[in-house]
Design a protein around this ligand. Structure first.
Ligand SMILES: NC(=O)c1ccc[n+]([C@@H]2O[C@H](COP(=O)([O-])OP(=O)(O)OC[C@H]3O[C@@H](n4cnc5c(N)ncnc54)[C@H](O)[C@@H]3O)[C@@H](O)[C@H]2O)c1
Length: 312
């Protein structure tokens, strides 16, 4: 089986292709992106998801049967360039879904995001079905992509699945322009013994997850028995919630002289629209989702890796 990963050079993609290669064999994985993956021996094709013909050729030539569609512009980048976010996130997803349908691809997995929520969404323990109404181009396009996945599943029997990630924390690749990027930046600064200026207010509580758990959740959802799935493209997954101040205090336990100043910018308005915590009971019941890392374990694991050379 050939598995295509779009957006493979990004924060999630670069770790997903490694995990897929480990699980299914290196020859099973085909990475594509508009920029080349650094230091990888996985088969790579340069591809722009806005180019339907180019994407179709890659899928056809390689006999792709499963797609993890990760190519996207994230929340902060999307607000800086809404036209590009619309083209990549929405038209790109349309191209992936129509090409997958036309070429008999068996399954398409599309990660979504807490960015689909808006200011009217409840704040705590938010279930997948709730008030949504996003106000950012990222949220609008990712919510539409969820609905397209549902549509292609019911109308064309294409097996589309997806989950809403919270902020993702990792040490291998730099984050790609999201509102929760502060968490990685703060841990990296502490590990490098540098002060940090945080672009969110110190009391901004957001749901988060460590990358190892995020990668497992994508693969587990893809492998889940379809007869057990009660949802399609909007499973919630999450591990813990914290504020910038709580992360600063946890980092003080490791680096007592670490200092953070707070200077909220335009990303505060985005964060203020998102929930504090997610209800992920459907993912647990339907396909056994259970995060391995808690907050403290995540911070100490990040620090132990950042202390080694050649990380961000
Ligand atoms: N990182 C997070 O915290 C987070 C949280 C929630 C959801 N997600 C979702 O996970 C997925 C992956 O996000 P990520 O964090 O790896 O993002 P990222 O920005 O790190 O990576 C996205 C990749 O897409 C590529 N790309 C951009 N335009 C493209 C195009 N036109 N054609 C092909 N590739 C293109 C970029 O080069 C980049 O490598 C996205 O769908 C995102 O919505 C991420």
């Amino acid at each position: 089986m050939k598995i295509l990963v779009t957006g493979a050079s990004g924060q999630v993609g670069s770790e997903l292709v490694t995990a897929l290669a480990r699980k299914y064999g290196r020859d099973s994985v085909l990475a594509c992106d508009i920029r080349r993956m650094p230091d990888s021996d996985i088969q790579f094709e340069e591809a722009d998801v806005r180019d339907r013909d180019g994407l179709g050729k890659i899928i056809r030539d390689n006999g792709v049967q499963k797609i993890f569609h990760l190519a996207a512009l994230l929340s902060a980048s999307g607000e800086k360039n809404p036209t590009l976010a619309f083209d990549v996130n929405l038209l790109g997803t349309w191209n992936v879904l129509t090409t997958a349908r036309d070429q008999g691809v068996k399954q398409v997995i599309i990660p979504s995001t807490i960015g689909v929520f808006g200011p009217d969404t409840p704040k705590k323990n938010v279930p997948p079905t709730t008030i949504v109404r996003p106000r950012t181009m990222y949220g609008i396009t990712k919510y539409a992509a969820e609905l397209l996945g549902d549509y292609f599943s019911s109308k064309f029997s294409l097996d589309c699945r997806g989950l809403r990630f919270p902020g993702l924390i990792s040490y291998l690749s730099p984050p790609g322009g999201g509102t929760t990027d502060y968490s990685i930046e703060m841990i990296v600064a502490a590990a490098h013994q540098e002060p940090y200026e945080c672009f969110l207010r110190e009391d901004t509580r957001l749901p988060m997850m460590y990358m190892q758990d995020a990668i497992s959740s994508l693969i587990d959802l893809s492998e889940a028995d379809s007869s057990r799935l009660t949802r399609r493209t909007d499973y919630h997954v999450s591990s813990f919630s914290f504020t910038p101040k709580e992360l600063e205090e946890e980092l003080h336990r490791h680096f007592p002289s670490f200092r953070v100043t707070y200077r909220p910018d335009f990303r505060q308005e985005i964060a203020d629209q998102w929930p504090e915590s997610l209800d992920y009971s459907a993912a647990s019941a339907d396909w056994g989702f259970k995060p391995r890392f808690d907050f403290r374990h995540m911070v100490s694991d990040m620090i132990s890796h950042l202390a080694r050379p050649k990380v961000i």
